[in-house]
Design a protein around this ligand. Structure first.
Ligand SMILES: Cc1cc2nc3c(=O)[nH]c(=O)nc-3n(C[C@H](O)[C@H](O)[C@H](O)COP(=O)(O)OP(=O)(O)OC[C@H]3O[C@@H](n4cnc5c(N)ncnc54)[C@H](O)[C@@H]3O)c2cc1C
Length: 421
């Protein structure tokens, strides 16, 4: 591809970084990526692979705080905030409380919907290229429930989704079972968000990296960015491994490490890592297949058919980065599965079978996407939280539009990366 736009340097090779590279490349930029690790793992690899226009409610929403406090006293619960005097957590928590209200939800819903819908269309376009085959399946996600209380809450939410123009079916047990004829569904009903889909994120990441390399993108692995050289309101270079890397435009991703990275450029970004776990399961009876991805709502467990197996994922532990696997919480996931899917007899898991990742969670539940006002040649793309994979392509396309001084396809004002600066 011809490089006629100048050089763009991207920090971080998660879905936000590689998608930015993909769209910058299409617009004729010469692209390099600095990644502190190798290219084998980060939050973008082992997640549940869901594309989620259904997730138009930000994490900061009414009721979340009360539910979160109840769960904090249960070691197997799906949500946990480690009580701590860490000033980042306190400041994050106060902002989260401030945004956990209906006004914030109403203000954000259509903006998040538009971002996810646009990204879903871009995933279809990427999947059409011959270099890609990442099991993209755009047949909906089932929100499954076992209790009347959750049925009522979810039905109300489904009506909100319909009023936002999303394609949604409200189903009873029979309707759900018809969609999944090969596996027993022990639920009282569910919502089929037909606007959603799923994929194999590991395949996507690997194929995206190969595609980028084959088209001239240079990856500098084991290069942690430790500093920025600026002149006035421009970045001149970033420092990694004691070397200077210059470019015309810089793109900062970094996932849950974004605050530390941004701070080195003098920008304040608030995020907490929301640790989650996943593991693969092979049904004992191979005829017990699933057609759709699903969320087991009371248990907060994600279920995704992937590569002939099923990936289960869940928990949200808000605490500083620490690589210890909390097997009690994994056990909480494992135990909840047969309550919904009795054909899946689960065995206790070994630590070696568990993947974990840190969701980059902003205190208002909204991503950070846009041009920095402090540094004119810096674009920030992060904070995707629970929908960071889903948002990848629209992050990338927006980054490329901003670098080219074009008006972004989607409205991004509400996602201003410096809104807490
Ligand atoms: C259990 C679980 C299930 C999930 N399921 C879904 C789902 O179904 N759908 C969905 O949309 N989302 C899901 N998510 C969330 C999603 O995985 C994340 O939001 C997304 O992967 C974040 O992508 P990212 O590119 O921003 O960050 P990452 O993938 O974490 O990548 C950031 C990269 O930046 C690098 N980096 C950081 N600092 C530096 C530095 N100073 N120098 C160089 N490199 C640096 C890191 O090493 C890393 O490789 C899930 C998450 C979890 C944990």
């Amino acid at each position: 591809m011809a490089h006629n736009k100048g050089k763009a340097l991207i920090i971080g090779a998660g879905i936000a970084g590689v998608s930015s590279a993909y769209y910058l490349l299409q617009k004729g930029w010469q692209v390099e990526i600095l990644e502190q690790n190798d290219l084998s793992n980060n939050c973008s690899y082992g997640n549940a692979g869901m594309i989620v226009p259904s997730h138009f409610t930000p994490l900061a929403a009414p009721g979340v705080v009360a539910q979160g406090i109840r769960w904090m006293f249960d070691s197997k619960s799906p949500f946990y905030v480690k009580p701590s005097l860490n000033s980042n957590l306190i400041s994050w928590g106060l902002k989260f409380l401030k945004h956990s209200n209906q006004n914030h939800v109403n203000r954000s819903a259509s903006a998040i919907r538009d971002l996810n819908l646009a990204s879903s269309i871009l995933y279809n376009e990427i999947a059409e290229k011959e270099e890609f085959n990442f099991e993209l399946t755009q047949n909906g996600i089932l929100m499954l429930y076992k209790t009347q209380k959750v049925a009522e809450e979810e039905t109300e939410l489904a009506h909100k989704a319909i009023s936002l123009g999303l394609s949604v079916d409200i189903l009873d047990q029979k309707g759900i079972q018809e969609l999944e004829p090969n596996t027993r569904m022990d639920v009282i009903g569910g919502i089929n968000y037909k606007c959603d889909g799923h994929m194999n994120p590991m395949k996507l990441m690997k194929q995206m990296i190969s595609y980028l390399k084959n088209n001239g993108v240079v990856f500098h692995t084991h290069h942690k960015v430790t500093g920025f050289e600026t002149s006035g309101s421009m970045i001149k270079a970033v420092i990694a491994n004691g070397k200077k890397f210059t470019a015309d435009h810089f793109v900062m991703t970094g996932g849950s490490f974004l605050p530390e990275l941004a701070q080195k450029a003098g920008i304040k970004i608030q995020l907490m890592p929301g640790k989650g776990y996943s593991f693969m399961h092979t049904p004992e009876n191979p005829s017990n297949t699933l057609n759709h991805a699903a969320l087991l709502l009371e248990a907060r467990v994600a279920v995704t058919p992937m590569n002939g197996q099923i990936r289960f994922g869940g928990t949200m532990e808000l605490a500083s980065h620490h690589d210890k696997i909390n097997m009690k919480r994994v056990e909480g996931i494992v135990r909840s599965i047969p309550n919904y899917l009795p054909d899946f007899q689960m065995h206790p898991k070994q630590e070696s079978e568990i993947w974990f990742g840190y969701r980059p969670c902003a205190p208002d539940g909204l991503p950070y996407l846009g041009q920095s006002s402090q540094l004119k040649n810096l674009i920030i793309a992060g904070g995707g939280g629970m929908m960071g994979l889903s948002l990848g392509p629209i992050f990338g396309k927006t980054v490329s539009e901003l670098a080219n001084d074009q008006k972004p396809t989607v409205e991004i004002k509400i996602f201003d990366p410096e809104r807490f600066s």
